[in-house]
Design a protein around this ligand. Structure first.
Ligand SMILES: Cc1cc2nc3c(=O)[nH]c(=O)nc-3n(C[C@H](O)[C@H](O)[C@H](O)COP(=O)(O)O)c2cc1C
Length: 203
């Protein structure tokens, strides 16, 4: 038990967010297994309030990139606060998102707030934010476990993704998980993870 917990800790410490990827295609079976792993997440009343749109088509990736860069330009020009800009400085990010066309696979993740039933009534879901967060965490770990890198990319605002991917009104896009082999030339930002004492106490 102790050994297994140590192994997962060491493996998890190696996970980092990449913002540059190799274009090599990925076996779709690997992606499917990762998404199915995400689908095992605990969730409110077992409504499983999620949808994963897996995008590998270059034309769709290009459209997503164009729309994302439009909203990002507006975000960085007009919406971002000085405090947020300062916090992002260490990550060297800007409105350009080349990884959206460079990476072989984009998993666009939607949270399902409700579903419209055949009689027109709404079938509501519960604890949707909590459930989707847990599911995405499991997806990220599954992708890491498969030997791939990922980026949790959150265009602000992300609403354009629902129209582009033809998802129903009860679903809200949460993020794009960009997945691919890590670019060995990408310089990872130097970050320090908090210690146990900083993030926890034992009562
Ligand atoms: C909810 C969420 C949203 C994020 N959005 C972005 C984003 O839009 N662009 C980006 O480059 N990184 C984004 N990140 C990645 C974080 O910047 C990154 O996880 C953090 O700096 C820690 O680095 P690490 O993942 O390498 O440990 C996001 C992460 C999370 C959890």
């Amino acid at each position: 038990m102790l050994e297994k917990s140590k192994v997962l800790l060491e493996e998890s410490r190696k996970r980092r967010t990449y913002r540059s990827f190799l274009p090599d295609p990925i076996d779709m079976e690997v992606i499917k297994n990762c998404v199915l792993t995400a689908g095992t997440a605990p969730n409110g009343a077992d409504k499983q309030p999620w949808h994963f749109s897996i995008v590998t088509d270059p034309a769709m990736k290009q459209r997503i990139r164009e729309e994302a860069e439009k909203v990002e330009k507006k975000f960085y020009d007009d919406m971002i606060t000085d405090e947020w800009r300062a916090d992002l400085a260490k990550l060297s990010v800007n409105h350009e998102k080349p990884f959206l066309t460079q990476a072989p696979c984009l998993i666009v993740i939607f949270k399902e707030q409700y579903r419209i039933l055949e009689d027109g009534t709404k079938d509501k879901n519960y604890y949707v934010n909590e459930s989707i967060g847990i599911s995405i965490g499991m997806l990220i770990n599954a992708v890491r476990n498969a030997g791939l890198a990922s980026l949790t990319y959150t265009p602000a605002p992300p609403a354009f993704l629902r129209d582009l991917l033809g998802r129903p009104e009860g679903e809200v896009p949460v993020m794009i998980l960009v997945v691919g082999k890590p670019d060995p030339d990408y310089e990872l930002p130097k970050l320090r993870k908090k210690t146990f004492e900083e993030i926890a106490d034992i009562i």
